[in-house]
Design a protein around this ligand. Structure first.
Ligand code: NAD
Length: 356
């Protein structure tokens, strides 16, 4: 597959290959857009079978980051990097080499943690470039974004509640949380504060049991959680929870969760709408993680981060109103909402970031 074939109808600004035989670095950085600001997106470390797989992932994920940043009202573009490998193939020298690769883009791309990478990796990268966020709190970073992400999910749920029931209160709402890891467990805590009724499941039974012990959450087997009768289903584990198989069996009124790539296929957005289930697109519901991490760029300001997370409520309401007015899915409405802002507020001049 050629690079331009892979890009297809999309309009990625830049796709750059970083290759360093001395350290074994094989990396691709894809910049979808810098129209709203520098392209921020994580570095994914994964043992891709082929270079095409790595390229496709970088292209897809960088576009998703541009939409996420725009919908969240951030002045950031969208980029993503992949490194072909796994934990057994990375060394401190490789991370430093990668840091120099990121630095060569002079701020057009800013990296962060993603699947397969850690705050320690970000520290090593930061030895070679300033264009990295997502370091640990004790390393001048913003620290774990998960509680912020969970707060954003709550804001999105409140917007749905207002849209459907004319009240932003979650009191008495039944919420099924799939996966109570870093985000899911914080979500259970915040929902409990809201006096919602919470049901949880996790493949790690001890994690679910802890939610029962600490917050009085009900626990159910993992194969049942998606099909609980509830107001909100919150997928907070892996992607692909919403598919042609699962959607007909769902018994929720809305889906609002933190997991990335909740739809197994794009057509599942229409399947959900046909089933009468309101779906808040994952990249809108989970954007507070990006809001939190990107705040590191300007010197972390708690009040600003909080107000940006609060604003997820307004974005979700706008998206749901747009979907209703145009008779389209919230998924398509969210993409339109994000693309409109890039057109409206972006200056349309690419390659303008770099250096100081
Ligand atoms: P995590 O690894 O801490 O938690 C995931 C949890 O899901 C784990 O407890 C795991 O045991 C559980 N799990 C896995 N498969 C399951 C299944 N089939 N059924 C039930 N439970 C299952 O990850 P996290 O940081 O909490 O992130 C959760 C999701 O949210 C991921 O998709 C992540 O990409 C996304 N996300 C996270 C953040 C963040 O700030 N951490 C931001 C944006 C998006």
């Amino acid at each position: 597959m050629g690079v331009f074939d892979a890009i297809g109808d999309d309009h990625h600004e830049r796709v750059v290959v970083g290759h360093d035989p001395a350290t074994g670095l094989r990396s691709i950085i894809a910049i979808y857009s810098t129209d709203l600001g520098p392209a921020l997106g994580g570095t994914r470390l994964f043992p891709y079978h082929t270079d095409d797989d790595a390229l496709t992932d970088a292209l897809r994920l960088s576009k998703a980051m541009a939409l996420k940043a725009s919908a969240a009202g951030l002045n950031l573009g969208g980029g993503k990097a992949v490194i072909i490998g796994d934990r057994s193939t990375v060394t401190p020298e490789l991370w430093r080499s990668y840091g120099r690769f990121v630095d060569s883009l002079a701020g057009a791309y800013i990296t962060a943690e993603d699947v397969g990478t850690t705050t320690d990796d970000m520290h090593l990268i930061s030895e070679e470039t300033r264009w990295v966020v997502g370091r640990a709190a004790e390393d001048h970073g913003a620290g774990d974004p998960s509680p912020a992400t969970a707060r954003g999910v709550v804001r999105a749920m409140k917007a749905v509640s207002t849209h459907l029931w004319n009240s932003d209160s979650l009191r008495g709402s039944r919420v099924a949380v799939q996966g109570v890891g870093k985000v899911g467990s914080a979500l259970v805590e915040f929902l409990t504060e809201e006096e919602a009724e919470v049901v949880v499941a996790d493949v790690r039974p001890e994690a679910a049991a802890l939610m029962a012990e600490r917050f009085g959450a009900k626990t159910v087997p993992t194969e049942e959680i998606l099909f609980e009768e509830c107001g909100f289903l919150a997928p907070c584990s892996l992607g692909g929870a919403l598919s042609a198989d699962t959607i007909p069996q769902l018994r929720c009124r809305a889906v609002v969760g933190s997991a990335n790539n909740q739809l197994a296929a794009d057509e599942d957005a229409a399947r959900l709408a046909q089933a009468g289930i309101l779906y808040v697109p994952d990249f809108v519901a989970n954007a507070a993680g990006l809001i939190h991490v990107s705040a590191e760029l300007d010197g972390f300001n708690e009040a600003l981060v909080t107000s940006r997370i609060e604003a997820i409520y307004d974005s979700v309401l706008s998206i749901l109103q747009r979907a209703a007015a145009q008779d389209i899915t919230p998924h398509d409405a969210a993409i339109g909402f994000a693309e409109d802002r890039i057109r409206r507020e972006g200056n349309g001049i690419t390659f303008r970031h770099g250096g100081e």
